[in-house]
Design a protein around this ligand. Sequence first.
Ligand code: C5P
Length: 221
Amino acid sequence: MHPVITIDGPSGAGKGTISQNVARQLGWEILDSGSLYRLTALAVSQDGLDMTAEAAIEAVARGLDVHFETDSGGLKIMLRGEDVSEAIRAEDMGMKASSIAAMPGVRAALLERQRAFSSVAGLVADGRDMGTTVFPEAQLKIFMTASCEERAKRRHNQLKEKGISANLPDLVADLAARDEQDANRSVSPLRPADDAVMLDTTEMSIEQVTNKVLDLAKSIF
Ligand code: C5P
């Protein structure tokens, strides 16, 4: 199997930032699996489908017309030919993604698409079930957590940097609701793989977490 590092954990734990840093340092590919669930949720909204129409939503997931493009401005995520990099990051899209992610047909529809990101160069895969379901054979599995308040604070700062105003108690409530939904679904719930390294980042800087994962990677690859 090609080299794979999986980074799973609850929303806002810093998985995305750390995955990007680690992939860049190692020269590996990256899979932001949450973006596929967000893209499906956005396509479902565009199509005006009922959020409970499971068979129709599964069909949307299976036929998702998505391209990841990298140019001088960074990564662009294109859905049906339109740049939706910003649109999929909205908080309500996270909640919608979490609802459709509980549907077994949607998860099955996205499974092979995720596995196809595996690459000879190596892959850093970020999500909820990377180590348990999508890449159970991964050589290094991390389960990254942080307290709910710290995760909400980080999300708040990210939004502030983008000039978006948000209310901290609302963010805490949103994250808690999404974690609860993700951890309690019957298919591929949010949980650490048995062989995952647990990493609580509440008191750690981005640099410290990046270095910790790189140290673990150096001991394996
Ligand atoms: O990681 P992100 O917050 O972008 O993910 C959005 C939602 O997609 C999560 O709350 C979760 O419900 C779902 N998801 C998932 N499995 C993954 C990645 C994301 O169920 N591997």
